[in-house]
Design a protein around this ligand. Structure first.
Ligand SMILES: Nc1ncnc2c1ncn2[C@@H]1O[C@H](COP(=O)(O)OP(=O)(O)OP(=O)(O)O)[C@@H](O)[C@H]1O
Ligand SMILES: [Mg+2]
Length: 256
């Protein structure tokens, strides 16, 4: 049974000048433990789809089932790391992480959990620092710890490394694979970095522009740790590039 089942989902937004169709007939089944990467051009509905899975937004039509039950609201079982930093600048690293913990956890266990996840993301010695005293990569690790602390079954990551330099990004990608190995969560990561998708994913979902539809789902059949320069890696990268830049037929003729 799929842990997540998305069936014929459409999403329309009302704006002052009319209706924006953000998602068009999206269907996807995600198995437990899978690493899914969603790639597509800006504005094709990636964040919208993630927000629907998180329970922060409702689809206009179609169904989205988590463990066979319709998603109607956010849940700690589905952790989210947002596209933009959502850390509280006035709270220290440990207080930011603590903020993510479900209220049902008692105080002593909270302390233990915070220590544990600070270690996982390698920020133990920065626990008393404020976000502005951290690098971009470190801030993103705080967000990851905050999302992981409730041990979500699914982790939803919206371009989590988009603002990082190339080297930090690669380190963070390895970090997320390590965490996944340890935590055994299902991962759905949105990116417009094709290399990132081939490096991380079991399956890459390629979306086309507005209204966002799924153009192709590609199985990446490469063992880990993946070599970004291997012929196989380049082969997958090329397939995605071709899909990415495949244009619909233009609806007008050129006069030459
Ligand atoms: N709350 C909203 N109200 C109205 N329109 C919205 C809203 N949220 C998203 N949209 C529209 O839906 C479309 C998809 O937006 P979305 O943020 O999902 O794109 P995206 O693929 O995540 O883009 P990016 O790569 O730039 O983050 C866009 O045209 C956007 O204008
Ligand atoms: Mg987005």
């Amino acid at each position: 049974m799929a842990i997540l089942s998305i069936n014929q989902v459409n999403k329309e937004f009302q704006i002052p000048t009319g209706t924006v169709k953000a998602l068009n007939n999206i269907s996807l089944q995600v198995e437990e433990g899978e690493f899914i990467c969603i790639v597509g051009a800006s504005g094709c509905g990636k964040s919208t789809l993630l927000r629907i899975i998180a329970g922060l937004e409702r689809q206009t039509t179609g169904t989205v089932l988590y463990e066979n039950t319709p998603i109607t609201e956010p849940s700690t079982e589905r952790g989210v790391i947002f596209q933009e930093s959502r850390l509280f600048p006035w709270l220290t690293v440990e207080k930011n992480i603590e903020f993510g913990i479900s209220n049902s956890v008692d105080k002593l266990s909270k302390k233990e959990l915070i220590r544990h996840y600070l270690n996982i993301v390698g920020l133990q010695e920065f626990r008393k620092a404020f976000p502005h005293q951290l690098s971009g990569g470190m801030q993103q690790r705080v967000s990851i710890a905050r999302a992981l602390i409730n041990q979500p079954k699914i982790l939803l990551l919206d371009e989590p490394f988009g603002a990082l330099d190339a080297l930090t990004k690669m380190t963070m990608q390895d970090e997320i694979l390590r965490i996944r190995e340890y935590q055994k969560s299902t991962m759905i990561l949105v990116t417009h970095d094709i290399d990132e998708a081939v490096y991380l994913a079991d399956r890459v979902v390629i979306m086309s522009s507005r209204p966002g539809t799924i153009r192709k789902v590609l199985n990446i059949q490469l063992p880990r740790n993946r070599n970004r320069n291997s012929a196989d890696f380049v082969y997958y990268r090329d397939i995605i590039y071709q899909q990415f830049f495949k244009q619909e037929e233009p609806d007008f003729n050129y006069d030459i």
